[in-house]
Design a protein around this ligand. Structure first.
Ligand code: MGD
Ligand code: MGD
Ligand code: MO
Length: 748
């Protein structure tokens, strides 16, 4: 693979996106099935794109091209197969030497596997024996709380609903999920402030907005279809304002690959009308600065404030007490820039704020999101057409999984309804989240770890500790489509259970089944695969869950196997238990699905006090060693060719990197100050109260990034992120603010 660093000067999208898509289809050898499969992505009668949670236009009937959607679909529809033969000849220790890119390239798993300690290999096992082994281990535990059940956000509503039911009938709320590492702070912050933990806008609002503020998000890579929405907004004169330490190309200029004229003429659309490269973690200060500029002019929607909110006076006092120099230092932006951003806000009658991982993965993420909420509330921009809060979710059904009860702290009312519908007494004590599960495994309190999708060993912080934790388990079980790192970091006993993917036909006793998902804007719709399964031995996720439950819970009154013969039976149960799902089976048949509704959008505030709440927050306290000039703040982000821990390729096109993943972006003045040079290899050491962690050999890349800030990719850098470093109140690992220093690598 050619390694190269070169400034990228093209707009995002365009021919580069088409070329890269074709290359991925070729590499995955999907030629035969490729095109028909792609054309059914996000169609009313097709399957939901496993790429991201950005919604689709209503009643969509034309194929919407998305480069990273193509990669996600191609990765699943690949014709490559990882057979039991191959695994019988390649020990786990040997496989562990492969990098994540090579593991992914091995292809789809074809049959259930059990780890055999004698040969250090995964060997075939029958499905019956696999379920019996799970049942045996779970029943042997001293308490149901000694097992943890992880979920990754691609899981369908039907599978997720059955899974949480199984776990709760088993007797625990130990349901850690990828949300814990993702938008958990958005749920916590908005739940408290607006009375609902989900975004208040729909796609239609983007067509009416006069200003869109985008915080800490890179849609060009992670939500490419959002660029189309932004392009349309920019073209009709909507102001788009970006806060991001990096100048992400997709937010600057975009060429839509389906716009023939732009493609042929070499044209593009300017997206952002203002771009503020703030310091990492500077958003709380930046938004406070905007509030200060606005309040100094007496700005505010006084009717909205009086009718709908509480806490305005306290906020005004707090902002008046915060000085401009503090705001400037903390945000890394000038007073002038903050006033300018405030003026754009003040001039808009309909404002949307969107945010991503650049906001949620900090210690003060909940406070920052509530400050963004304050900004929206000040102008009455919640529950008004074209305005509102938009946390942009990651996994394609991560929001739906939460709606279905994948939550280690379930609401009492949900548990009441669940218990009633299935005639059992659900456990009430809160369970472990992701960080809590790792701690519990380390302490020997969790002995069985089961994962419905995902790649826990790679996605989680503190790699060394997490691996130790997983290896201490008596049994680890992974339901998965492909081999990944987590299967190689296993317990004393281990199972890999291969399942169908979204693109595949799911045939059960009553015929082919559809599942449902919920996007980032609370639209619920059906998804139905159309490819033959990668292997005849694969089972659908709902079936795997049902058979685990049947094997583990002989006394259960739930007709597990009957439910999965026809998924509309599961949906009838969901309708009984989950708010907003009445007549689920009928409503989901509308093309495009149905809207779940949102109380804040209707200006009903289900908060403490019954009003939307202005919330006061101090600027984040500077870390202990503010004067140590050798310390940086490192953010760990996604490259263009990855899906979280799945590495499709080694390029990060829009940032000009090819053939590399171990890079570290740094500002020129910082390099000069520390006598480092671009192209040099460095080790990164993180500094935390319990000691230091090192990640070796990263190539320094000179980049337009604020001084004192570094950027690198995950999962390679997760080894630097201390388990104890997480968001206040939401416990999301602080993947965007790791305190580190650099040192030259020893010659290799
Ligand atoms: N192709 C593809 N699509 C994906 C994914 C993928 O890996 N690949 N992952 C999916 C998932 S699970 C998720 S959660 C989403 C993630 O989508 P994003 O939230 O876009 O994820 P990141 O790559 O982590 O990018 C974070 C952005 O925040 C910026 N940033 C970092 N720190 C700060 C800060 O302190 N302040 C501000 N204002 N900005 C900051 C970074 O420069 C970067 O542009 O994407 C989903 N979609
Ligand atoms: N340092 C750092 N760490 C991070 C982040 C960061 O920005 N920085 N981001 C965090 C975020 S936002 C998230 S959401 C997490 C993601 O954490 P996870 O959701 O755990 O990780 P993924 O990489 O999305 O999981 C990929 C695996 O899912 C499996 N898979 C794919 N399709 C299917 C399917 O249809 N069914 C089943 N059962 N399995 C399937 C495959 O085995 C694949 O290897 O990572 C977090 N970790
Ligand atoms: Mo995520």
């Amino acid at each position: 693979m050619k390694q190269r660093i070169r400034l990228y000067q093209q707009p995002a999208g365009g021919w580069g996106a088409l070329k890269s898509s074709l290359q991925h289809l070729r590499e995955q050898q999907v030629a035969g099935l490729g095109l028909p499969t792609l054309l059914r992505t996000n169609q009313p009668d097709g399957f939901d794109c496993p790429g991201c949670a950005w919604p689709d236009k209503h009643f969509h009937s034309t194929f919407e091209f998305c480069e990273n959607g193509v990669k996600a679909v191609a990765a699943e529809a690949t014709s490559r197969r990882l057979t039991a033969d191959y695994l019988g000849q390649h020990s786990v220790s040997r496989l562990a030497e492969l990098d994540d890119y090579s593991l992914e390239a091995l292809g789809r798993l074809t049959e259930p596997l059990r780890y055999d300690a004698a040969t250090d290999c995964y060997l075939p096992i029958s499905w019956d024996a696999a379920f019996a082994l799970i049942g045996h281990h779970l029943q042997a535990l001293a308490s149901p709380h000694e097992a943890a059940f992880y979920t990754s956000g691609r899981t369908s509503n039907e599978a997720a609903f059955l899974y949480q039911l199984f776990v709760r009938e088993f007797g625990t709320n130990n349901l850690p999920d990828c949300s814990n590492m993702c938008h958990e702070p958005s749920g916590v912050a908005m739940g408290e402030q607006l009375g609902i933990g989900k975004g208040t806008v729909t796609l239609d609002d983007f067509e009416l907005a006069e200003a869109i503020f985008i915080f800490g998000q890179n849609p060009g890579t992670n939500h490419p279809r959002m660029l189309e929405t932004l392009r349309d907004a920019a073209r009709r004169g909507c102001r788009i304002v970006v806060f991001n330490p990096l100048r992400e190309r997709g937010l600057e200029r975009f060429t839509h690959p389906q716009d023939a004229w732009q493609m042929l003429s070499g044209g593009s659309t300017e997206i952002a009308s203002a771009y503020y490269p703030l310091r990492i973690g500077g958003d709380l200060a930046a938004v406070k600065g905007m509030l200060k500029a606005l309040l100094e002019q007496g700005y505010g929607d006084q009717d909205f404030i009086a009718d709908h909110t509480s806490g305005h006076a306290e906020l005004v006092r707090d902002i008046a007490d915060t000085t401009w120099p503090a705001l400037v230092v903390e945000s890394g932006l000038s007073e002038q820039q903050l006033r300018e951003a405030a003026a754009i806000y003040a001039g808009s009658r309909a404002t949307i704020c969107t945010w991503g991982m650049g906001i949620t993965q900090h210690k003060h993420s909940v406070a920052t999101i509530q400050m963004i909420g304050n900004l929206l509330l000040l102008g009455g921009h919640v529950g008004r057409p074209g305005a509102g809060a938009c946390p942009v979710r990651g996994h394609s059904n991560v929001q739906g999984d939460r709606t279905m009860g994948i939550n280690e702290k379930p609401a009492a009312a949900f548990l009441d309804r669940l218990g009633q519908a299935f005639d059992f007494a659900p456990p009430r004590a809160p369970g472990y989240d992701v960080v809590g599960s790792i701690e519990a495994m380390l302490a020997g309190k969790v002995k069985v770890f089961l994962a419905l999708g995902g790649n826990f060993a790679a996605a989680t912080p503190d790699t060394a500790m997490t691996w130790q934790a997983l290896r201490q388990c008596g049994l680890t079980v992974h339901i998965t489509t492909k081999l990944n790192r987590s299967h190689l970091v296993h317990g004393r006993e281990a199972l890999i259970l291969p399942c169908l993917g979204r693109t595949e036909i799911d045939l059960q006793a009553s015929g082919p089944q559809a599942v449902t998902v919920e996007d980032s804007m609370s639209m619920v719709h059906a998804s139905q695969g159309m490819n033959p399964p990668a292997s005849p031995q694969l089972l659908a996720e709902p079936m795997i869950v049902a058979r685990m439950a049947a094997a583990t819970l002989p006394q259960s009154k739930t007709p597990w196997l009957w439910l999965v013969q026809d998924y509309s039976r599961i949906r009838d149960k969901i309708a009984e238990v989950v708010e907003g799902f009445a007549d689920f089976n009928q409503r989901v048949q509308q093309p495009g699905g149905f809207y779940l509704g949102n109380s804040a959008r209707e200006q009903r505030w289900r908060t403490q006090g019954g009003r939307a709440r202005f919330m006061v927050h101090d600027l984040p306290a500077r870390q202990a060693e503010p004067t140590d000039e050798s310390l940086f703040t490192l953010m760990t982000v996604r490259a263009h060719d990855q899906y979280n821990t799945t590495i499709y390729g080694l390029d990060d096109r829009y940032r000009g990197v090819s053939g590399h993943r171990r890079v570290c972006f740094i500002n020129r003045t910082d390099m000069q100050r520390l006598q480092l040079q671009a192209g040099q290899w460095v080790d990164i050491t993180s500094v935390w109260r319990d000691g230091e962690r090192v990640a070796k050999r990263f190539l320094l890349v000179e980049y337009d990034i604020p001084a004192g800030c570094l950027a690198s990719y995950f999962p390679e850098t997760n080894t630097l992120l201390p388990l104890g470093s997480y968001a206040d109140r939401a416990r999301t690992p602080t993947a965007k603010s790791i305190r580190v220093r650099l040192s030259p690598s020893e010659a290799a």
